[in-house]
Design a protein around this ligand. Structure first.
Ligand SMILES: Nc1ncnc2c1ncn2[C@@H]1O[C@H](COP(=O)(O)OP(=O)(O)OP(=O)(O)O)[C@@H](O)[C@H]1O
Length: 390
């Protein structure tokens, strides 16, 4: 609880020693350390942001930590999701996180929720916790975490990251603004790429996640000046920190229940449109592509629409690069036209989404082609393991 009866909380001799450098800080003191021990924090997501913040919350002596995630540890997580290690690849993230937390601090109670947070389960999961920390990576979940915190009156310690830039603030704290004051409307689906599509510097979530841990601790201690009402913007390349003022919107719509957040973020509509686009485009598997390439047919153009840096990392032999942004702005269309020139066009990207989009645009210019299902990722998995997966 956030304002516990401190007489009811005792520290053991070992805990006095463990937290001694906290306890000698007048701003924390013995009372502050007892507050941390009495506190409960729920972390949604144990990925890039959740990893560092859980490490520090555990080390700081938070008494009860809840973790929600449905995912397993992937090799590509290890460069930034520092709570997980090599031996946990393929296993549930929440179990990996719990095992590391208990190594750091066996005094923590760790509750695990191996599930996708949804409008159906969020209120029940959040209810027992004093503070919620959002370490997720998608808009529907951020609106859901926000609205559940508003309904339950809990502070929501927010962070987000992309490539080299991050944001952090504290929402719904002491009548301060919430996520809907910052983003009343979700961005159009597909406009903001994920870290899997756009990449992320490994240390970036470390910096933002540790800021979230710091804010969480201050909320629990009731000390210092939190980021409530201020959005911190960090740029790792420029090494700059900026702040924007945030205010509650006086005419913000009332949040009185949880809704369908995927629908709110336009995701079913975008999915339907993508499926429609795909349905109108012919497809081939990577095995079929291999057969075509092995047959030595010289009337085939294999077009790669990824970005140049992705092409540097891995490519299918014989492919020609025309990035999707060039096709979208029209410049690449003429280039494709001259390449095709009566040949058969086959298009691929990393997973199959961008190539479908490219084919949709090319079709409007009278150029038909076939999409490679699963893209170069499927190629490295099923055809040629020497092509690196990224
Ligand atoms: N609705 C949700 N419920 C529970 N966990 C969620 C939800 N949405 C996102 N997450 C979790 O939040 C974490 C976000 O972290 P991050 O983006 O660093 O990880 P990732 O999804 O493993 O990364 P990548 O996209 O590179 O594979 C993930 O572990 C993800 O499973």
């Amino acid at each position: 609880m956030l304002n516990p009866n401190l007489d009811d909380i005792q520290l053991t001799k070992e805990e006095y020693e463990r937290y001694s450098r906290h306890i000698i800080l007048p701003e924390v003191g013995l009372d502050g350390q007892k507050k941390l021990k009495a506190a409960s924090v729920l972390c949604v997501g144990t990925g890039g942001l959740g990893s560092p913040l859980l490490l520090y919350l555990a080390a700081a002596g938070i008494g009860r930590i809840g973790i929600v995630d449905f995912d397993t540890v992937d090799q590509s997580n290890l460069h930034r999701q520092v709570i997980h290690s090599e031996s946990w690849v393929g296993k549930p993230k929440i179990e990996s996180a719990k095992s590391r937390i208990l190594e750091i601090n066996p005094h923590c109670q760790v509750d695990l929720y191996e599930t996708r947070l949804s409008a159906e389960n969020a209120l029940g999961i959040f209810e027992p916790y004093d503070v919620v920390v959002d370490g997720t990576d998608n808009f529907p979940t951020r609106y859901l975490v926000n609205d559940a915190c508003v309904l339950l009156g809990k502070p929501n310690v927010y962070g987000s990251i992309f490539r080299f830039e991050g944001q952090a603030t504290v929402f719904n704290y002491q009548d301060g603004p919430n996520y809907r004051d910052l983003y009343p409307e979700p961005p159009p689906p597909g406009l903001v790429p994920s870290c899997a599509e756009g990449g992320v510097l490994g240390v970036l979530p470390g910096i933002i996640g540790v800021i979230q841990a710091n804010e969480t601790i201050k909320v629990i201690l009731g000390t210092g000046k939190t980021l409530s009402g201020r959005l911190l913007l960090y740029n790792a390349l420029e090494m700059t920190f900026r702040e924007l003022k945030l205010r509650p919107n006086p005419v913000r719509p009332v949040i009185d229940k949880l809704i369908d957040y995927e629908e709110f973020c336009g995701i079913p509509q975008a999915r339907m449109e993508a499926e429609k686009e795909l349905a109108e485009i012919s497809e081939m598997t990577v095995t079929e592509l291999k057969q075509v390439l092995d047959s030595g047919a010289d009337d085939v153009v294999l077009l790669d629409v990824r970005n140049p840096n992705e092409y540097e990392i891995a490519r299918i032999p014989g492919s020609v690069l025309v990035p999707l942004p060039d096709i979208e702005n029209g410049e690449g269309v003429d280039k494709v036209k001259s390449l095709v020139n009566g040949h058969r066009l086959i298009v691929h990207c990393k997973m199959g989404g961008r190539s479908a989009k490219a084919l949709g645009i090319l079709k409007q210019h009278g150029i038909e082609g076939t999409n490679v299902k699963g893209g170069i990722t499927a190629w490295s998995k099923e055809v040629d393991a020497s092509v690196p997966e990224y």
